[in-house]
Design a protein around this ligand. Sequence first.
Ligand code: KG4
Length: 338
Amino acid sequence: MDKIILAIESSCDETAIAILKNNTELLANVVSTQISVHQKYGGVMPEIASRLHVENVGVVLKEALEQAQITMDEVSAIAVTVGPGLIGALLVGLQTAKTLALMYHKPLIPVHHLTGHIYANEYVSPLKFPCLAIVVSGGNTELVVMENHLSFKIIGETRDDAIGEAFDKVARVVGLPYPGGVSIDKLAKLGKHNYKLPRPIVDSKYDYSYSGIKTAVINLVNNLHQKGEEVIVEDLACSFQETAIDLLLDKALPAVDEFNVKQVVLAGGVSANSYLRSQIVERLKDKSVEVIIPPIWCTTDNAAMIAKVGSYLYEEKVFAPLSISANPSWKLEDFRKF
Ligand code: KG4
């Protein structure tokens, strides 16, 4: 019998539903993004995000079923992002999933958002173990070693700001639109690394700190303004981007040897960064390790990645009761506890 997973993702500002058949055939992948609405506010407004999810989820579901040319009766299970994310936003997806599970008598598969970002890489190539996942998004900077499917060991993480958060805040300081990472990436291509920014020292081998670099940029901009000097935004974007990404890779890549890694994967919104994508390939070109770069559509939030993890969780019968609640600060290691 076919295994058909219908997955729902609504943890932030994308309402997404995907349908995956037998772990390989992506029958539908519908994403409704709210970015243009939140851009007016310079960041995601949680209350607006929840309301838009409510408005959009029915339309997205209808479109996904039409794309896939299937009925709900043919679906094997409903996978849904339970956390981490914005509580109001998560609840809309979860409530939709619970309703479908109840109405159509389907198991409910609870999915951790970050496992989805990691598994998005399976749309490029199967995961090979041990695997090092560099998880970089607006809310996370984590180095994860996987010894097998559905085994996640965090070997390092940020002590303060996530790398994407730093990109967003630096962009805001110089008046660039949300999402800041995209704007900085574009401008950095036109600039030079002419501003010297500090690299924070964190005693633990694989841990990060990004708040220092962000504050250094804010101070630099304020000082230049006070002196009546112009900020060369392209150079600032380039200097910040290279400092932030070089730090990320300098700390992450020694794990390749230490953990005898066969594959390195990028995951999360910041993995769209062009400097990160080229640098990781360049720095690992002489090593016998496979580097997987997710396609851009997989770096932003989508439900195809949730369906992929859901497909593996289905095999292990990781099903949640209908009493399950959303968990906005769900820890990756606890992905089986809900
Ligand atoms: O994974 P994601 O869509 O949302 C969560 O945080 O879960 O990541 C969004 C983050 C934002 O901080 C955004 O600025 C950043 O990813 N981002 C980028 C790029 N595209 C998106 N950062 C650097 N370079 C990019 N090209």
